[in-house]
Write a protein that binds this ligand. Sequence first.
Ligand code: NDP
Length: 420
Amino acid sequence: MGDKFKMPRTTELEFGGPVGALFLPVLLPCTVFYLLLACRTEGGSVWSLPSPLPAPSELWDLDAFLLVLGWFGLQAALGLLPVGKVTQGMQLRDGTRLAYRINGLHSFVATSLLLGLGLLGGLRLSSVHDRCVQLAFASTVASFALSVFLYGRSLGVPESALAPGGNSGNPIYDFFIGHELNPRVGSFDLKYFCELRPGLIGWLVINLAMLMKESELRGSPSVAMVLVNCFQLLYVLDALWHEEAVLTTMDIVNDGFGFMLAFGDLTWVPFTYSLQAHFLVSHPRDLAGTTAAAIVLLNALGYFIFRRANSQKNTFRRDPSDPRVAGLETIPTATGRQLLVSGWWGLVRHPNYLGDLIMALAWSLPCGLAHALPYFYVSYFTVLLIHREARDEHLCRRKYGSAWSEYCKRVPYRIFPYVY
Ligand code: NDP
């Protein structure tokens, strides 16, 4: 591969540069354990240190580690099955495109069938609740091991295979963001696999385990628990249904595959996104019918905005002459692409984030207002999406220049109309 395709050095460093990249791999796992332990305390408080803290030796459990590896192995095996269509990813620096098999939904259905058979055969899924901290620890160990492997192998790949966002030359930073863009073992794409399958489907399995634990303790699941399970099931099914859309995200196009995504996808998502269900096991809550109905409506509103905004942009990007989007007002850019400036994308510059945040709030509300812990997700997610919006804005400004400035002038608010 000639120098023509060499990836330029990444000069604009994010997440606090190498210093942030050094601390985050310690801070993020500690946050996961803290939240899981706090969830089990009587007070369920985010502010007081859970006690007694488990000894480090109590965190390691070989069975939990094997279970986590077995889970990744099962999802990898399902991902390799020759079912589902094969699609092309975005064009790479050298002009080529990678092929991806779209079968996340098939993996979900197969996993559900296997789980159903297991439950009929006497599998006690609720034990996931009792061993959640050990499972999270095992997943953290696996995420670190994967990140070390990824960084090691990235040192031997051609420069054209490196990530635009993870080629700073600083090993700590590149380890964190990810040095290689699309690490593959044969045709198996490691980053694409981790983005949606083990973490998202694992999140649902943990939620279901919490529901079963609650049923064991109280005879039946509470309305609050059922709502949390259903809302998050809808969200994950939507992501799997629209799996192809992940191929255009900055995670796939810009960031490499390193600790940030490995830990985020495999450990952070399943163990912190399931916090509300986990919390409800030790903090039961009765919901009045009207409150439950109001929360369902809020989630439906969030989902409506999220889905319509994402679909409108995806339809437009696939075919601007599609009758569903052809009447929308646009701004031309020097790249030949256009920017939508009416419809959902004329309301705010990230209407999809707005819908996502409304849903995040609806997932926390079933847990009541007495504790801050179940609101961790919506708080963290607000910070994540504000930061992500800033990253995307920066990339778009570089890509579209004055056309982007014009868009910002026409649509001044980023996420929340008239607020931000
Ligand atoms: P987006 O779907 O928001 O895409 C941003 C891109 O859209 C831009 O880079 C630009 O790319 C294009 N774009 C921006 N404005 C316009 C416009 N006016 N007209 C046409 N195209 C435009 O990216 P994300 O990956 O951040 O989000 C995807 C979804 O995933 C969101 O709904 C988000 O909420 C969700 N998400 C969820 C997470 C979770 O943990 N639950 C984490 C991250 C995201 P281009 O011009 O090149 O097409």
